[in-house]
Design a protein around this ligand. Structure first.
Ligand code: ADP
Length: 482
């Protein structure tokens, strides 16, 4: 910024000039008025103090050497009563020590007499910049305060010693706290919850190279809360404390349970009549109810296929509901994943050969055993292999590789199929989601296979991840803890 230009702000700052020299008062006042400030003058320290009592000035230009009360005596009064006013002392050449003393007493800057308009502009510009930074901080603080207090989610901030620095009304309501002010008090004094304290400890203990949050669902008596805790740091990456955010998910949980119960009921009620229709169709198709013409056979075949698809859907819905309620994963046993994969590859070989697809397994010898539910694991890999066969065109290739990676066993299923567009990738594990395009159009499915796979792996503390490129192929990686 040029020396002769003062920072423009949206405020009109008020300036008071206290000086016994008329010439200084006049020149300063004229110059600053031209710059857009609101300027007042006082010819003695006494008069200045009286004016300060009535009005709040942003900047005060204070002469140190005045008859009567000197500037050095006015300064402590100013700092005590108007700590946010910026004081610039006007000094004579001979009073350098006084200027230093004034700075020690809280003056912001000094300007030696006599001064040029340019010198005045420089100190005033500095003062205005300082004031507008203070103003920005105050505005930001006020904005943050309103925002945090209006949030429907609970927010609490602590310092590194687990003392509460901020807690919004929603937070206090969620922990059912209606006592006295919590600011500055230990978290454990305000509410007792081991899980939240542990999350705060973990967040504080996190090394400065990493930043990740901890999320948990906690049962808080009447309510179920989703709690997230994360450390926050300063410019030099030092821990300053933690932020905990809570959401009440009781209603969501209830709706989810209702939905699961409903789906369960419907699937159950549909499955038996469907199976009975399928059996009756088979009786006719097998000719046990009299001769069937070619045309009738064709129609009944199509109907049977539709019935089978519906029956599959209801079975998968029931499976998903069971897995999500944690019923299936209870019985776990130790077994070799390699031999399970061999069985699966043998089982699906025929379907692969029928499409001219090569299906190969490469299990690294000496893999450690996994502790898992065997039937669940069969379901995981049969789903992934079936998908690979379905979504790979003729003469493609599917390779399965099993290796141990650190504390996990990793099984990858790679195909040379259609691949999955990047915009669909994040959604393929959602219930009923199916990629819709020219290539997948004629492939039937329920959109429940991958959600089942994911739920099973979640229940085993495992993970599934996918890499895919359209027209090149996909690789699904399954991780299981060893
Ligand atoms: P479904 O196969 O019954 O449609 P899934 O949940 O198993 O349901 O899969 C969801 C979707 O993900 C599929 O509809 C398909 O579009 C896509 N998908 C899954 N596996 C593959 C694969 N190996 N290659 C390409 N697309 C796949």
């Amino acid at each position: 910024m040029a020396d002769n230009q003062i920072v423009k702000t949206e405020f009109v700052y008020k300036i008071l000039v206290i000086d016994d020299e008329k010439r200084i008062r006049d020149v300063t006042s004229r110059l600053l008025t031209q710059e857009g400030f609101e300027v007042a003058v006082a010819e003695t320290g006494d008069m200045g103090m009286k004016m300060i009592e009535k009005t709040n000035y942003d900047i005060i230009l204070l002469d140190l050497m005045m008859p009567g009360i000197s500037g050095l005596e006015v300064l402590p009064y100013l700092k005590a009563n108007h700590p946010y006013s910026v004081v610039i002392v006007i000094t004579g050449y001979a009073t350098l020590e006084h200027s230093i003393e004034a700075m020690k007493k809280g003056a912001f800057d000094f300007i030696p007499k006599p001064f040029e308009p340019k010198d005045l502009r420089i100190v005033i510009t500095k003062a205005v910049e300082f004031l507008s930074t203070l103003q920005d901080i105050a505005n930001e603080k006020s904005r943050m305060g309103v925002l945090v207090n209006q949030l429907s989610g609970g927010v609490m901030a602590t310092d590194t010693r687990k003392r509460i620095a901020l807690a919004n009304p929603a937070f206090l309501k969620m922990i059912d706290y209606f006592g006295q002010d919590v600011i500055g008090r230990q978290v454990s004094e305000v509410f007792q919850n081991e899980s939240i304290e542990r999350m705060i400890d973990q967040a504080l203990a996190m090394s400065t190279e990493t930043i990740s949050d901890f999320t948990k669902e906690l049962d808080f008596g009447k309510n179920i809360l989703s709690v997230r805790c994360i450390p926050f740091r300063d410019r030099l990456n030092r821990n300053l404390g933690t932020i905990t955010v809570m959401y009440d998910i009781t209603a969501l949980k209830k709706i989810d349970q209702l939905k699961t119960d409903f789906v369960n009921m419907v699937a159950h009620e549909i499955r038996s009549p469907l199976n009975s229709i399928a059996m009756q169709l088979k009786v006719i198709l097998d000719g046990l109810a009299g001769a069937v013409t070619e045309k009738q056979k064709e129609i009944l075949d199509r109907a049977s296929k539709k019935i089978n698809a519906l029956s599959n859907l209801s079975t998968e819905l029931l499976d998903l509901a069971k897995i999500e309620s944690g019923l299936i994963t209870q019985e776990k046993e130790e077994f070799q994943i390699g031999s399970l994969l061999e069985d699966q590859v043998a089982f699906f070989q025929q379907a692969a050969v029928a499409k001219g697809i090569s299906l190969e397994l490469d299990a690294v010898p000496g893999l450690p055993p996994v502790l898992a539910n065997k039937r669940n694991m069969e379901e995981v890999f049969s789903n992934l292999i079936t998908n690979a066969i379905h979504y790979t065109p003729e003469n493609g290739k599917i390779s399965i590789l099993a290796v141990a990676v650190k504390k996990h066993l990793c099984v990858s299923i790679t195909d040379t199929g259609f691949g999955i567009p990047s915009e669909d990738l994040p959604k393929i594990f959602d219930r009923f989601y199916r990629v819709k395009n020219e290539k997948t159009r004629y492939i039937t499915g329920t959109g429940l296979g991958l959600p089942i796979v994911k739920s099973i792996l979640d229940a085993h503390n495992g993970k599934i991840r996918v890499e895919s490129e359209p027209d090149k192929g996909s690789t699904f990686y399954v991780y299981l803890p060893i």
